[in-house]
Ligand binder design. Structure first.
Ligand code: ADP
Ligand code: ZN
Length: 432
């Protein structure tokens, strides 16, 4: 179902016209109201009248996470604090959290884009949504919640944790939709198995998983273990929270809600915009946000954009699955490695569970990569030789795909610590 046919299926020339009008209005607003942007624009000899086409966007300087931190907490607000009705903060995966504010209209827009998001996965007012994103300062919980209510679905504000109770609610309330991080969906699956519940026999039908990078291999694991359609949901606090982009059931990338969020991909080294299809750093400009409009925010997320028509009928540009963050990239013995590449290799090996830890260290002045990997109980109780064979196989696959050698340590089922929020899968001891 398409929630907002007008904006989600708009012919691209019309959409671009709307984007330009909104961009011009936003640049005018921040130039007048936010000293940080006025100064940044003036330094480039730009004013509101400088934006005559969407191509002029490339002349506007970038905004970074550091700029949010430097202006902590309210320095980037474009409205008086009294007009802010809600505060959220980023999860602080990479440092001091970023604080953001919403006007009443911003909260409305957020509910709208979240309703679009859920509808894209086929959710209607007939559904029961168990929302296991954290409620609180994190945008995930309340973002999904308002969208679900806007859609008219029944929402269970379960938040994250207390997994046994989650399973009880799921069974008793006939939950059809699950929203949580991909890593938490696996914790739910593990607990279900422990309690003798086969999730494939429940009413659960579709899940919206995001807030952290995950691979297609991980999707297969989740779909198989939970017996559902697993869709990718993308968003970030600085831009609005969840509701920036969503994958439709055709699974060909995530549709960006371009009437609100203008996307670009740039070369992270030079800052130059890249053409469609080329991979680089994703950059967003908000077109409608009132309290905290953002010009050219560098997300540090690596992806590419695809404007081709989608079989679902939407005309909005799609972003490919996020490969990782620029600051997640590990340089091991000079080779660039994203944790997602490692995950893809690991999960393709039979008998391996989707739980792993990447440990990077420096030994005798050389980078050292070690991977701890959980195996299924059947494999673990197998004779030593079987384990050794599996270890070798994983090592070989990693070497052929990544081009670097790694030590592989197969560990007992359930021995790697689980995190209920965003997964922590990399320990880089070189930084300690
Ligand atoms: P933090 O930057 O502190 O983690 P947020 O909670 O705002 O703050 O998280 C936003 C970030 O989470 C994104 O920039 C991206 O790196 C990651 N993220 C969100 N959704 C996805 C997704 N579907 N796939 C990969 N990464 C995602
Ligand atoms: Zn589509």
């Amino acid at each position: 179902m398409i929630w907002d046919t007008v904006h989600e299926t708009m012919p691209r020339p019309e959409l671009e016209k709307l984007q330009l009008e909104r961009l011009q209005a936003k640049v005018r607003q921040v130039y007048q109201k936010v000293p940080f942007y006025r100064q940044a624009l003036q330094e480039k000899n730009l004013g509101p009248e400088s934006i005559r086409s969407l191509a002029d966007l490339a002349r506007i300087p970038f905004t970074s996470k550091q700029d949010f931190r430097d202006n902590y907490p309210f320095g980037l607000l474009a409205v008086p604090r009294e007009e802010v009705v809600r505060i959220h903060a980023s999860s602080g995966t990479t440092g001091k959290p970023v604080v953001v504010g919403y006007t009443r209209t911003d909260v409305e827009i957020w509910a709208e884009v979240m309703a679009r998001t859920l509808a894209m996965g086929g959710v209607t007012h007939d559904d029961v949504i168990q929302n296991c994103y954290g409620y609180g300062l994190f945008t995930g919980g309340l973002g999904i919640h308002y969208g679900a209510e806007r859609l008219g679905a029944t929402v269970i504000p379960a938040s994250v944790g207390n997994t046994k109770r989650q399973l009880m609610l799921m069974a008793d309330l006939n939950t059809t939709v699950l929203t949580c991080t991909p890593s938490y969906s696996l914790i739910i699956a593990e607990n279900a198995a422990e309690m003798g519940i086969d999730l494939r026999d429940t009413s659960l039908r579709v899940g919206f998983f995001g807030a952290e990078p995950w691979t297609y291999a991980m999707r297969e694991e989740i779909e198989q273990k939970l017996g559902i359609l697993a869709l990718d949901i993308y968003g970030l606090t600085e831009i609005i929270g969840p509701g920036v982009a969503q994958e439709c059931p055709h699974k060909q990338g995530m549709h960006i809600f371009e009437d609100h969020f203008l996307a670009e991909v740039i070369d992270p080294q030079t800052g130059e915009p890249l053409p469609y299809g080329e991979e680089g750093e994703l950059v967003f400009t908000t077109l409608t946000k009132e309290a905290l409009p953002v010009l050219r925010f560098r997300t540090r997320d690596i992806t590419s954009l695809n404007p081709d028509p989608c079989p679902c009928g939407r005309t909005t540009v799609r972003m490919q699955k996020v490969r990782g963050r620029t600051d997640d990239m590990l340089i091991i013995r000079g080779v660039n490695v994203f944790p997602s590449q490692i995950e893809t290799v690991l999960l393709q090996v039979e008998g391996v569970e989707p739980q792993y830890l990447i440990i990077v260290d420096r030994q005798h002045h050389l980078d050292d990569l070690e991977i701890w990997l959980e195996v299924s109980p059947e494999v673990f109780s197998d004779e030593m030789r079987g384990l050794e064979r599996l270890e070798q196989q994983v090592r070989r696959e990693l070497e052929s795909v990544l081009g670097i050698s790694a030590r592989v340590k197969l560990v007992e089922p359930r021995s790697i610590e689980r995190t209920e929020g965003k997964a922590k899968r990399v320990i880089d001891r070189r930084l300690m």
